[in-house]
Write a new protein. Structure first.
Length: 256
């Protein structure tokens, strides 16, 4: 079975695949201070009972990636491990000014989106994480670039920290856009505001793509905070919570 690990700035998502079927997945917090031994204690407890025969990893946190390399050397040295980094075959041409700047998770998501949805036209991946990423993929599976914006959670935390009379609130859809109290007003501005941001960016990206492609892009949402926006956004068509794990599986197959 294949163990996939997606290390994000806020959370780490792990999944175990039996061929192309995701058997189990977990979401845990990312702590850049964790050592290889601490990570092994956590990961091995989660995957206990699964016969791990391969590992695929992408990380946006260098400190954690360093420790995961040691974990692999200590415990998974006898199986095929793939870390998404320069030199690994991803099958995703990066048509940007500096390919080395592109995060591994964005490359992995692009491959998964193209494989699942994008063979008949362009696609846009909206990844709701620490930052909100909109990544554009061509009908040939090329990464064309995208847009990056502050994430939902860090924006709410920043507002609460800088405004004396405002505070963090539960992130749920309010009864109406016009909030009748401070909590509802904050929820409205957050949920409907970020949905409007995504819809506006998708519309502008779609307009630019119209010069090159006859079909409108398919919009796919993923990421831990995606459920907050999926039901509110007017442009998101698909929600795939395990998009990155699927992409890791696909890349492991290409390099196995």
């Amino acid at each position: 079975m294949l163990l996939t690990i997606d290390v994000g700035n806020t959370n780490t998502v792990l999944g175990v695949f039996n061929k192309d079927k995701l058997e189990q997945s977990w979401r845990v917090k990312t702590d850049p201070r964790d050592t290889a031994d601490e990570l092994w204690l956590q990961y091995s407890a989660l995957v206990a009972g699964f016969d791990i025969t391969g590992v695929a990893i992408c990380s946006t946190v260098p400190a954690v990636l360093r420790e995961i390399r040691k974990l692999i050397d200590d415990h998974y040295s006898d199986i095929k491990s793939v870390i998404i980094e320069p030199g690994v075959k991803t099958g995703v041409p990066l048509l940007v000014d500096n390919p080395k700047e592109i995060g591994a998770d964005r490359i992995v998501n692009s491959l998964a989106a193209f494989t699942l949805y994008g063979s008949d036209g362009p696609s846009i991946v909206v990844d709701f994480g620490t930052s909100t990423n909109l990544d554009v993929v061509s009908p040939k599976g090329e990464f064309l670039g995208g847009a990056l914006a502050p994430g939902i959670e860090i924006s709410v935390e920043a507002l609460a920290a800088r405004a004396a009379q405002l505070r963090k609130v539960e992130l749920v859809k309010p009864k109406s856009v016009i909030g009748k109290n401070t909590v509802e007003a904050l929820q409205s501005g957050t949920i409907f505001g970020f949905a409007g941001q995504v819809d506006g960016l998708v519309d502008r990206i779609t307009a630019e793509l119209a010069d090159s492609y006859s079909k409108k892009p398919i919009v796919i949402a993923t990421g831990g905070l995606a459920p907050l926006i999926v039901g509110v956004s007017e442009t998101i068509e698909h929600y795939e919570p395990n998009l990155t794990l699927i992409g890791l599986r696909l890349i492991h197959e290409r390099n196995a």
